[in-house]
Design a protein around this ligand. Structure first.
Ligand code: B16
Ligand code: MG
Length: 216
């Protein structure tokens, strides 16, 4: 059958979570509290604004709307400093092989990310022009777990939702994919991404055998 893929970005194509972490942690230090890698897990797949809310909650810090805007810009500026240094070396293992397979088999794919920086990141790692469509944080009004981002992706690919395969590393993303009536492959731990149809530890799980199973 005809299928199409919709990929999340952070945690699936590249590991930008480590850069988000460094930038959020510096903001926390500035505000006088500790922000750990464990805390950072709570921000995966979550929008920038929501991430700040979670971070401020962790530190039990209350600030004005104006200050929030200032910190959002500050964090993103620092984050972009890391992004601007990214190269194709940062594409996660298994991704290039998978995209080559999809291209060879004329299976289209889109990006479905919460990140407003997604186009820049894809550009930096040299994958921008390979995607048939890009849906990012600038295109959606409702964040994951709302299915909006993936529904727009399916529309852009002109594909029925039930024929779309979403690849996601975040719980909210898996929920969004299932709410969109799509097949979901989780990348991470089975215990965490239990609602996905399939779960692999990393992107090398997309073996030719598994891909055949998805297509047929
Ligand atoms: P930005 P994804 C998400 O990307 C990240 O997982 C999440 O940690 C981040 O806060 C969000 O993008 C927004 O990113 O600040 O660049 O707009 O996993 O949906 O590709
Ligand atoms: Mg992600």
């Amino acid at each position: 059958k005809e299928i199409a893929f919709i990929f999340d970005l952070d945690g699936v194509i590249v590991d930008t979570a480590k850069y988000h972490f460094l930038a959020w942690r510096n903001l926390a230090i500035q505000l006088g509290f500790e922000f750990t890698e464990e805390h950072n897990e709570l921000l995966k797949g979550v929008s920038r604004v929501k991430s700040l809310e979670i971070l401020l909650n962790i530190g039990k810090v209350e600030i004005s709307e104006e200050e929030k805007q200032k910190y959002l810009v500050q964090k993103n500026t620092e984050y972009l400093g890391f992004v601007n240094k990214m190269t194709s070396d940062e594409i996660l293992p298994g991704v290039n092989d998978l995209l080559n397979y999809l291209d060879a088999n004329k299976i289209t794919y889109a990006l479905g990310s919460a990140s407003k920086n997604a186009p820049l990141i894809l550009e930096k790692v040299g994958l921008y022009s390979r995607f048939s469509a890009i849906v990012d944080g600038n295109d959606v009004s409702k964040a994951k777990p709302d299915p909006e981002v993936f529904l727009i992706g399916a529309k852009k690919l002109e594909m029925k939702t039930e024929n779309c395969v979403v690849v996601e590393d975040a719980i909210a993303g898996v929920e969004a994919a299932k709410a969109a009536n799509m097949t979901c492959v989780g990348i991470g731990e089975k215990e965490v991404l239990g609602h996905a149809d399939f779960v692999f530890g990393d992107m090398t799980g997309f073996t030719p055998e598994f891909l055949n199973q998805l297509i047929n």
